[in-house]
Ligand binder design. Sequence first.
Ligand SMILES: Cc1cc2nc3c(=O)[nH]c(=O)nc-3n(C[C@H](O)[C@H](O)[C@H](O)COP(=O)(O)OP(=O)(O)OC[C@H]3O[C@@H](n4cnc5c(N)ncnc54)[C@H](O)[C@@H]3O)c2cc1C
Length: 323
Amino acid sequence: MEKILVLVHTDEGGVLPRAALETVAAARSLTGDFTIGVFGEKAGASIGSLAVEGEAFSAPRYATDAAACEAIVRKAGATLVLAPNTFRMARCLPGVAARLNGAVDTHAVAVSHDTEAVTVTRWFYRQRMEGTLAREARPWFILIEPGAYEAAEASLAAAVEVLPVEATTRTTHVGYVSPESGEQTIRPDARLLFVAGAGWTKKQADGAVHTDEAGELILGFVRTAQSSLGSSKSLVDLSGEGQTVLPFLTHLHQVGQTGSTPRHRKGLATCCHGEEPHVVGWRFINERRAVNLDPNCGWARGKADVLYVADAFEVMRELNRLI
Ligand SMILES: Cc1cc2nc3c(=O)[nH]c(=O)nc-3n(C[C@H](O)[C@H](O)[C@H](O)COP(=O)(O)OP(=O)(O)OC[C@H]3O[C@@H](n4cnc5c(N)ncnc54)[C@H](O)[C@@H]3O)c2cc1C
C-alpha cells in the first residue's frame, strides 16, 4: 500500500502556483487518501497538513528547499511523492531523492495505479515518443508537468503541523531577472498562446515595413489578454542578427522543434507560415487558429483548426479595439 504525499510550495505572497492544484488533482485520480505538505512563504496557512515556513524558506533556493522537502517527506513517511514540475521542485527534488535513497522522474504527464503497480507516463525524445514506466525504488518522487491535469479545488488545511527545520545556507536570493526583455511575456499558466511570425517584419502591401506598429499590436494584445507570447524561429533569429525587429522577443520565446513545446488551451499564430519544424512545438495546444495572408500556408494544410486568410495588422487592430 503506497503512502502518498503531495508536496508543493507557495510562491511570493504565499500564493499557490496553479501547478500545485493540478498535482492535487493527479493524486486524487489515484486515491482519496493522501497527505499534503507545503513549504515556502505562508505555507502554514495553506492547503497542507504538514508545513515548513519562515523567512529562510520563502526564497527559492536549493539548500533550504531541499531541507524543507526532506523534512516533510520523512515526517509523512511517504513512499510516493507527487510534486509539480516547477523550476523550484525540479531543482531540489533530485537531491532530496538521493538523500532518501529514492528515485525521481520528471515531466510526468500522467500517473496511474492499476492492481499491479503505480505507473508514470511521460514523453521522450523531444515529445516524439510516449512511454510508461514503473519503479521499485521508494520513495519515488514524480514531478507532474504543468497543464497535464485540470487544477483541483482544495481548501485550507483544518490542522497544520509546522515542522521545525534548520536553515543553513550560504546562498542569498536576490530576485528575478527576465532575460533581455524588460517584461515577462512567457506565461506558462495562460489559457492562450499568441505566436508572432516573421511576417510582422516583412514589407506590407504599401511596400513598407511597420515594425513599430507590429510591436504595439502584439504587446497590446498580450498585455490585455494576459496571453503567453511565442515566436517562430525566423523572427527571433532576425533579432539575433541585429536587424531592427521586435526587441521583446528572445530565443526563449521560440516554439518548435528547436524551441519549446508549451501547453495552452488555445493558440493563435499570426504572420507565421506554419512550417512543420515550428508546428511540432504546438503538439500540446488544444485549439489552434492562425491568421495568414496566404491561403496555401502550412496552417491551411491540416495544422490549424481555423485559418483566417487575412491581414494580421488589420485583424489585430480590430481585436485589440474589441477587447
Ligand atoms: C532543423 C530545423 C529546426 C527548426 N526549428 C524551428 C523551431 O523550433 N521553430 C520555428 O519556428 N522554426 C524552426 N525552423 C524553421 C522553420 O522551418 C521555418 O523557417 C520558420 O518557422 C518560419 O518562420 P515564419 O513562419 O515566422 O516565417 P516565414 O516563413 O517567413 O513566414 C512569414 C509568413 O507571414 C505571412 N504574412 C506576412 N505578412 C502578413 C500579414 N500582414 N498578415 C498575415 N500574414 C502575413 C506570410 O504569408 C508568411 O506565411 C527549423 C528549421 C530547421 C531546418
